[in-house]
Design a protein around this ligand. Structure first.
Ligand SMILES: [Zn+2]
Length: 309
């Protein structure tokens, strides 16, 4: 049975689009969560800096060897702190997208603050890459009720923070601006499989990479069968370790062997969908966001019973 009602026609007759994306967080989140004593957390800093010192070079080399493009979502501070890693990413022709400034949580901020940090992140990326980021993945996927307006006003073309479909769709703000939404999905995020960090209060049990890979490939096989999109959210310091990356290499080989796979950057997917929509060749689902303006389920006028919680 076909499970995806409205599959996107991928280039070259491909059955599935595959986007390998890495969020280059390094120690941004450690400094955000522990601003007063991050400097004293030397081991944790070392763990997260592995992104910039070891993993990014290795990941770029591996994917370039297999001719697969990458998309990195990067907090602006990480570009300022680790410019050599950005240089290495650009050397391979990979995409750099926006991911906050210091990994701030957008839906815990006022509109002005979110605008400030988004803009500061964008400026940093532009300074180190020479171009504005086209896409955004909100830190922790926490796209806020203000995000659509802020992102469209800053010239973004796509977002990768929502999870509500198996194919890209369009999100529209109340100001009329819109973005291509390229959805992410928790089973394809490496954190719930592997992340073990007491400093971030995110302690998953240690398991062999075979198990995570089984999940990733189950998702891939069904997306191939039903003509969807496969977008992973990996982190260099998590997935860039040799044992885990060995499994990723095997995964790339298995995907390629299966055939009819379009390996693309997120920007390429966004451009492809935008062109299909503009040409009238594809009718996407359109979501107006935010989905709700405020609290649901207020007491009706005159009612006296309150909720217990
Ligand atoms: Zn992140």
């Amino acid at each position: 049975m076909d499970m995806i009602e409205n599959p996107v026609p991928w280039p070259g007759g491909a059955r599935v689009a595959v986007c390998y994306t890495f969020d280059f967080d390094a120690d941004s989140l450690l400094n955000l969560v522990h601003p007063d004593d991050a400097a004293n957390r030397v081991s944790a800093t070392s763990y997260f800096r592995y992104d910039a010192t070891v993993a990014i070079k290795r990941i770029c080399k591996l994917f370039e060897h297999h001719g697969v493009p990458l998309t990195f979502f990067v907090p602006g501070w990480c570009a300022e702190e680790y410019p050599h890693a950005i240089e290495r990413i650009l050397e391979g022709g990979h995409e750099v997208g926006h991911h906050g400034y210091l990994h701030e949580n957008p839906n815990q901020q006022t509109r002005d603050r979110e605008h400030y940090w988004t803009n500061r992140g964008v400026e940093a990326i532009e300074r180190f890459t020479g171009r504005k980021p086209r896409g955004c993945r909100a830190p922790m996927y926490n796209f806020s009720k203000h995000s659509i307006e802020i992102l469209t006003s800053l010239g973004f073309e796509y977002d990768a923070s929502l999870m509500g479909d198996d194919v890209p769709f369009i999100i529209q703000g109340r100001n009329g601006g819109e973005l291509v939404e390229i959805p992410s999905y928790w089973p394809l995020d490496d954190a719930p499989h592997y992340l073990h960090s007491f400093d971030l209060d995110y302690v998953m049990p240690i398991q062999p990479p075979r198990l995570a890979t089984e999940v990733y490939m189950s998702e891939f096989n069904s997306m191939w069968k039903h003509r969807g999109i496969w977008v992973c959210t990996f982190h260099p310091y998590i997935t860039g370790r040799p044992a885990r990356l060995d499994f990723v290499e095997q995964m790339i080989k298995d995907m390629r062997k299966k055939g009819k796979v379009w390996f693309a950057s997120m920007e390429e997917v966004s451009n492809h969908v935008r062109k299909l929509v503009d040409d009238g060749a594809y009718t996407p689902r359109i979501d107006k966001v935010p989905y709700k303006q405020g609290r649901i389920g207020e007491l009706e006028e005159g009612a006296s019973a309150g909720r217990l919680t």
